[in-house]
Design a binder for this molecule. Sequence first.
Ligand SMILES: NC(=O)c1ccc[n+]([C@@H]2O[C@H](COP(=O)([O-])OP(=O)(O)OC[C@H]3O[C@@H](n4cnc5c(N)ncnc54)[C@H](OP(=O)(O)O)[C@@H]3O)[C@@H](O)[C@H]2O)c1
Length: 297
Amino acid sequence: MKTTVLVTGATGHVGRRVAEILLESGIAVRAVGRDGARLRPLVERGALACVGDQTDTAFLTAQLRGADAAFVMVPPDYAAADLRASYRRHGASLAQALTAAATPFAVTLSSVGAERSEGTGPILGLHDLEELLNGIAGLAAVHLRAAYFMENQLFNVGTIQNAGINGGTISGEVPIPMVATGDIAVVAATLLRDRRAASKSHRYVLGPRDLTLREATRSLGNAIGRPDLQYVEFPEDGARQAMLGMGLSPDVVERFLEMNRALSSGWITVVGGRTPESTTPTTFESFAREVLAPAFG
Ligand SMILES: NC(=O)c1ccc[n+]([C@@H]2O[C@H](COP(=O)([O-])OP(=O)(O)OC[C@H]3O[C@@H](n4cnc5c(N)ncnc54)[C@H](OP(=O)(O)O)[C@@H]3O)[C@@H](O)[C@H]2O)c1
């Protein structure tokens, strides 16, 4: 019988690509999302659309029954009054459904810093998610501790176009690992296909090397024909007002500022350092050319 994998966040950055790779490998995919129209491109490639809200445990349990494995992610809700509680609501629903359906294997989208129980902002939600899944006796779970997504730079397209600078509250001087979400999807899909990884383990997914936001901005500038593009460290107060103005809730804004401080100070770090296994191929230079530059129209 064909292997079946349930993919949450199947219209998102990582989940969509996980679903595509699994379908290309001949695996049956149940693709979860709230909007059937957004899932249609995956259905056209052979996926089964599972339209619903993943905080609805009965819905999730029904979709999981008979599946061999699941790709588990929690969507960030930028309007949440309490971001950690929002992650916990999703995590609890996922954990209850995995338990009820007796799903044997899961790959979790987690983050560098998830071992910490304080001071990491949104990543605390992923710390909680790992703990919830680790509590399920019959489940073999691998938590992918992903680096800072290269896709995060897409949020800055407007600033670059309007103000002629790139910027944020993360230090421009501190090298951090950055990964393309497509690289995370390759690792996730491989684990889901093979289902041989050690239970209750984690695996870092870090991109090819650590780089500073100044270096990343130089590559981005070169890719869009603005080689003088600068990265400017924004004061927290200005960034806070800008994020509130974009509709992020006060709690979400404070969590992101906390995470950026932790990235700058080294509180969020790769325990044990980079290894060949945690190093993935897509460079920031190629990502800037192929993904970021087209976003500038
Ligand atoms: N950004 C980073 O640097 C970074 C680094 C490490 C880890 N992470 C973690 O990665 C995760 C985000 O991954 P991503 O960027 O791939 O996600 P994304 O692109 O933001 O996509 C979110 C997905 O969740 C689905 N979704 C949202 N609410 C839902 C609900 N109530 N029920 C069912 N589906 C729902 C969305 O589908 P519909 O809208 O179509 O329903 C979409 O498919 C977060 O947990 C984040 O903390 C991020």
